[in-house]
Write a protein that binds this ligand. Structure first.
Ligand code: TLP
Length: 372
């Protein structure tokens, strides 16, 4: 990184704000999530030109093209366009499980903690959470949750993976580890669903074809509306008979859309044009993480910064997390404080290297001003 961007603070220096972090709010830097990305100009053109039909009647050619393209990209027989990642996961759970069956899931998984309990409330499943390694399940975690067949127990049916693992820092699960955990699950009669909301970030970071990460799983959900910049939409992919049933479950939860080709058109641009550039987001996240690691009162585990997320810890003795989030926002920097000083910043298409350098200056100055 540019060494001038962030001079070390020894407690006596006043960081050079160059005016950017005081009053110039013309450009807000939004690091709350990659979900804030807007459609690209090419997407707007694709929307305007999309051929449309009623997709619930099977008539929308653009949705069909997107579903075929998506299935091919992740190496599955079929795919289904759904409005959100949450619905994609929910429909997958409804299709894999009957009520009361058990799901082995990492204890910080998004579909366990951040999807309003659709897992239990709608799919009727029983979660069996287990702490993994940097957000990922290994074969031994699956084995630790298996119990002998007994009238007292529900039946284990499904393992859920998440790649990248959001709450663990955006960490990747490698092809080898995916293979190993799926082999163990399958050997014990369990299916595997992958929440691959950011699976293309993982593929780009690991330098592998995404099929190496999706091949071993039975179903995969991935999002178009995060780093890939589409305004709306996710895909659920898997075997054709599974997808036929999933289509019925999507209808059941109100996810049948009509002229959805207008959205699918953006999805086609997302999948064909926006994947390779994710590497830029990963570089910016690294720059941010390394800069933050130099600041007093902030801890970052640099080993977890593998993709476009930076989770960091702000020492509450230095500054309260909520106050930090608000003060950053007042200076034109949006990021998220979760709890207890745990904060998240996510890089994406709308954020440049210069934005990251400015973000670091804003935080540096804020911490300097709040120092005792
Ligand atoms: N995650 C959002 C928030 O819900 C936290 C974000 O800003 O990161 N799986 C994973 C791993 C996700 O991170 C998300 C969204 C989803 C599923 C759900 O996708 P959507 O928002 O499309 O329902």
């Amino acid at each position: 990184m540019d060494s001038g961007a962030l001079a070390p603070l020894d407690g006596t220096e006043v960081p050079d704000s160059k005016g950017e972090d005081k009053g110039d709010m013309s450009e807000t830097i939004d690091l709350r999530s990659d979900t804030v990305t807007k459609p690209t100009p090419e997407m707007y053109r694709a929307m305007a030109e999309a051929e449309l039909g009623d997709d619930v009647l099977g008539d929308d050619p653009t949705v069909k093209r997107l579903e075929e393209l998506a299935a091919e990209k992740v190496g599955k027989e079929a795919a289904l366009f759904v409005p959100s990642g949450t619905m994609g996961n929910l429909v997958a759970l409804m299709t894999h499980l009957r009520p009361s069956e058990e799901v082995i899931v990492e204890e910080q998984a998004h579909l366990y903690l951040y999807e309003a309990n659709g897992l239990t409330a709608i799919a009727g499943a029983m979660p069996r959470p287990v702490r993994g390694v940097r957000g990922h399940l290994r074969p031994e975690h699956i084995l630790s949750k298996l119990r002998p067949d007994n009238v007292h127990f529900g039946r284990p049916r499904l393992v859920c993976l998440e790649n990248t693992a959001n709450l663990a820092g955006g960490t990747c699960l490698s092809p080898e580890d995916t293979q190993a955990v799926c082999a163990t699950a399958h050997a014990h009669g369990l299916a595997v669903h992958l929440d691959g909301a950011r699976i293309f970030n993982a593929a780009v970071a690991l330098g592998v074809d995404v099929r190496e990460l999706t091949g071993p799983v039975d179903s995969v959900m991935f999002c178009l509306s995060k780093g890939l910049c589409a305004p709306v939409g996710s895909l659920l992919a898997g075997p054709a008979d599974f997808l036929a049933e999933a289509r019925r479950n999507r209808k059941r939860v109100g996810g049948g859309m009509r002229q959805a080709g207008i959205l699918a058109a953006c999805g086609i641009v997302a999948l064909t044009r926006m994947v390779d550039r994710l590497a830029e987001d990963h570089e910016n996240a690294r720059l941010l993480a390394e800069g933050l690691a130099e600041l007093p009162g902030i801890r970052v585990d640099l080993d977890t910064v593998e993709t476009n997320m930076v989770w960091f810890h702000l020492d509450p003795a230095r500054m309260d997390g909520e106050a930090f989030q608000q003060a950053c926002a007042q200076r034109g920097l949006l990021l998220l404080h979760r709890q207890g000083g745990r904060c998240r910043a996510v890089t994406h298409h709308g954020v440049t290297r210069a934005d990251i350098e400015r973000a670091l200056r804003i935080i540096q100055r804020l911490l300097w001003e709040s120092s005792p």
